[in-house]
Design a binder for this molecule. Structure first.
Ligand code: NAP
Length: 311
């Protein structure tokens, strides 16, 4: 089994994977994708449940995505996950999309059923479970700031905050128009009297230090959803000087056990967690969608921890 398969490999799948047992029938599609720990997590689950399939990484460029989805049913795939930058682009390529994913506009889990492609999103529900596991609190009770509300993960998480009707939601994105558009879309979720403290229940803010500093004073949970921090040389997306000890900081990045943002949180005396728990719970939910059975959560967690140890 290769570490990463290419689009060219997919085109010759029967030849390239000849002799592989169990057959390679699940994958994560991304660009880049080499960092993904999903194969270790899902292969541990597949083995534990004695399911006759294995999960691999497929490096698919944006211009190859449509043809990839056309090929998957022919090549015997049961399903795939989509990661950066394919989650939004995957949606119109589906035969059907479940209501939750449709609402979010982002697909991260695909079931291949005959020649049909069924799209789902497990990132938002996975995040809810992760926040509960990491901090012992429910998203719906919190004043949340989503940093990076313009990307696939940020959008899914902001939508989930809307569906959960969390106390307050602040959206921040490098390209501010995307955060404003998302706020307009989410407005119906935030009508009504449930407000803790002064201020609007839903706001889009520019990514500016002074605005962020003020917003953080009345924020409980920061969810970081940009790709800043995936590379070792990246800085923290927020400087420690504007973080405060009362904050819970959830960094969706899981490529390091202590991300730059978590280090900044430490300096500020704030609690923090990396994205491993979200990856785990969105993966467990995807497994349940593919196989209609409970996922072996502890086996998956141990595999993820082993896969990311020392990063
Ligand atoms: P995406 O759709 O490509 O979105 C990227 C986001 O990052 C956008 O909001 C973009 O802002 C922002 N961004 C990129 N470079 C930036 C920079 N230099 N400064 C400020 N903002 C920048 O990617 P995605 O799929 O949403 O993934 C985003 C992050 O979520 C990744 O770090 C990924 O690891 C993480 N994630 C984790 C899990 C998990 O299970 N733990 C699941 C999904 C994603 P613009 O809109 O301005 O371009």
């Amino acid at each position: 089994m290769k570490e990463v398969y290419s689009f060219a490999d997919l085109q010759q799948w029967e030849t390239v994977t000849a002799g592989e047992a169990p057959a390679l029938r699940l994958a994560v599609l991304g660009d880049p994708v080499a960092h993904s720990a999903s194969p270790q997590m899902h292969n541990a689950a597949l083995e534990k449940c004695a399911i006759d399939a294995r999960y691999v990484r497929l490096h698919i460029r944006p211009e190859e995505l449509a043809e990839t989805f056309r090929l998957l049913p022919q090549k015997g795939f049961l399903g795939v996950n989509c990661t950066i930058p394919h989650k939004a682009a995957a949606l119109p390529l589906m035969t059907r999309v479940d209501e939750h994913a449709q609402r979010i506009g982002v697909v991260n889990t695909v079931v291949v059923e005959g020649d049909q492609l069924l799209g789902f999103n497990t990132d938002g529900p996975g995040l809810v479970r992760a926040v509960r596991a990491e901090f012992g609190v429910d998203l719906r009770d919190l004043r949340v700031l989503v940093l990076g509300a313009g990307g696939g993960a940020g959008r899914a998480i902001a939508m989930q905050c809307g569906l959960e009707k969390c106390e307050r939601l602040t959206l921040v994105n490098r390209s501010p128009g995307k955060a404003r558009e998302l706020a307009a879309e989410l407005a119906p979720f935030f009508r009504g009297p449930r407000v803790s403290g002064p201020g609007e229940r839903l706001v889009a803010l520019p990514w500016e230090e002074a605005a962020l500093r003020t917003a953080l004073e009345t924020t409980d949970l920061v969810i970081h959803c940009t790709s800043v921090g995936m590379q070792r040389t990246d800085p923290s997306p927020l400087p420690s000087a504007i973080l405060q000890p009362h904050l819970m900081i959830y960094d969706t990045i899981y490529t390091a056990s202590r991300t730059r943002l978590m280090q900044a949180a430490d300096e500020a005396g704030a609690r923090s967690a990396n994205g491993l728990s979200m990856l785990l719970h969105q993966g467990a939910l995807a497994f349940e969608i593919w196989f209609n059975r409970e996922a072996p959560l502890e086996v998956m967690r141990a595999a993820l921890v082993a896969a990311t140890a020392g990063r």
